[in-house]
Write a protein that binds this ligand. Sequence first.
Ligand SMILES: [Zn+2]
Length: 342
Amino acid sequence: MAADPLVDVHVHLYPDARSGQQAKDRYVIWEYGDDPGIEFSASTGDLTDLMALYRQAGFDRAIVVHLFDTALAQAEAMTRLAFSGAPGAGRPDLGPAPAGPAAAPCALRPAVPAGPAAAEAMRAAAEAMRASNRWVAAVARANPLIEVLISIDPTIASPDEMVAHLAELAGAGVRGVKLHPVSQVFSPADPRLFPIYDLCCDAGLVVLSHSGPGHRGGASAMPAEFAPVLRQWPRLRLVLAHLGGASWPETAELADSFPQVVFDLSEIIEWAGAPNAPSAAELAGLIRHVGADRVMLGSDFPWYDPARTADRVAGLPGLGPAERAAILGGTATRFFGLEVAA
Ligand SMILES: [Zn+2]
């Protein structure tokens, strides 16, 4: 008998160990409350680490949901401009690269100052985002284990630019887009995204978005905020990451109202038992309410270890073997139309 497929739909990949470690240091996870003793992965998320870990654990596919750090790219561009003597250039308002994990919650992206230098920094950041997406798309083309959703940020590129870029890379095999409304600071229903939703519907591309509350009044991505999008694009293949995160009590209602939306359980499964997270029993209850055929394994590698996340799924109380198999890979195989070896 063939083994059930094993698919991780929430993976991050970095060009090298330094940039992977930098991403982990900059991304502070605050929404679940006090850390109840989370086991973080020591991996830095480069390609060597990813391939070794996923092969060893027997994964059929790792779906990279690429996240471009817009704030960092803008800050770096402003610094370059300051050194080149551009008027109005400087870095302080964009936030310096933080020294450690506590320094820069992802949701605290500072306001971008107006002026020609800031506009130039934004253009540079948009170009860096496109280059980063082209890099990760090329990695996926060269590695059958990997599929990619590219990073799209409507705050730095125009709708026309984003559509052209996505169309280019969809032609080169990317499966859709990853959105992070909280760290990139926009609403899921931002009209600048409408042409992207149109293209994804027309081309059958997937939209996977971070979901969860905002930080200290910053942009949020609560489940209910996706309702207008699902109403306007009923055929959109939308995945909400983290099952709503710390706004998980809203998730069942959205799932009931929109049977087409699916979810990944990344991060929330690691934080089960934290003050603003469900207990393991509550998480299993939510998954059963939504339906295991709408929930997919996600590890958020390299923050967490994919094999251990798969073990956690297997350990959720009250799930039957068919439900576990669906979450571990059956749902993702069907949703993404993956061909996995029998
Ligand atoms: Zn993630």
